[in-house]
Design a protein around this ligand. Structure first.
Ligand code: NI
Length: 254
């Protein structure tokens, strides 16, 4: 069994064939899919999918850093409302993204810290989005780590010393399609990390692994990530599936 720990299958890209996409995932041994939220505009489709596939689709609640702008207080109120109203498996995705825009850095930091506090309050793990922002994210997580905080650095793409910092925080590394790309530095970094600190993810519809690169990504393609990770550690795909699924099950309590 494989677990896709990060997929936006509820997004518009899947509007017309989400049932087929989920069937393909299931047929390819992807038995659980974690769905991180983006913002108040995606909640309905996220929850509809959870209602339709309660044993396959596990929702997270959170405000994505690229959706943090001047109105972020209202967005956070929505996150807080939903966390009190329904069952979620984590808070995400949250974090800091400085790739596109630094305008709302302060707001992104505030929103991140606030949602970490919500995660602690609800005793939930967090799924962190980091883009050109490792130091900013690391500083906050380190300050907030009181021994109870757990989570994933999703789509991890840092170097060996950053990987070690993540592990020392007690967090897992989310590894996806990037590890299959030609000339990527990530394989060497992954090799330096014991597999018990790794979970697999697609980030569908983005970041399709080779040989699907350039196409819309979907959860069934996580097998290509698992195969690459098996090559890196020189172990069987079955072993990769077992260990990373156990890591994911333990973290998200699924
Ligand atoms: Ni994502």
């Amino acid at each position: 069994m494989l677990i896709d720990t990060h997929a936006h299958i509820y997004s518009e890209e899947f509007l017309h064939d989400v049932d087929e996409v989920l069937q393909r995932a299931y047929d390819n041994d992807v038995k659980k899919i974690i769905l991180p939220n983006i913002d108040s505009g995606t909640v309905k489709r996220l929850l509809d999918l959870n209602d339709a596939y309660p044993h396959l689709c596990f929702p997270l609640m959170g405000l994505h850093p690229t959706s943090v702008s001047a109105d972020f207080r209202e967005e956070l109120e929505a996150v807080e409302y939903w966390l009190g109203k329904r069952s979620f498996y984590g808070v995400g995705e949250i974090g800091i993204d400085l790739y596109w825009d630094r305008t709302f850095l302060k707001e992104q930091q505030d929103a991140f810290r606030y949602q970490i506090k919500l995660a602690k309050l609800h005793n939930l793990p967090i799924v962190i989005h980091v883009r050109d922002s490792f130091e900013e994210v690391y500083t906050i997580v380190q300050e907030e780590q009181d021994g109870t905080l757990q989570g994933v650095f999703h789509c991890f793409s840092g170097d060996k010393s950053e990987a070690q910092k993540v592990i020392d925080l007690g967090f897992l590394l989310g590894i996806g399609g990037v590890v299959t790309f030609k000339n990527n530095q990530l394989a060497e970094v992954v090799k330096s990390v014991p597999l018990r600190h790794v979970v697999l993810e697609t980030d569908a519809p983005y970041l399709s692994p080779v040989p699907k690169r350039g196409n819309r990504n979907e959860s069934a393609y996580i097998i290509y990530v698992a195969q690459e990770v098996a090559k890196i550690y020189d172990i069987s795909v079955r072993e990769v599936a077992e260990i990373t699924s156990e890591n994911a099950r333990r973290l998200f309590r699924i």
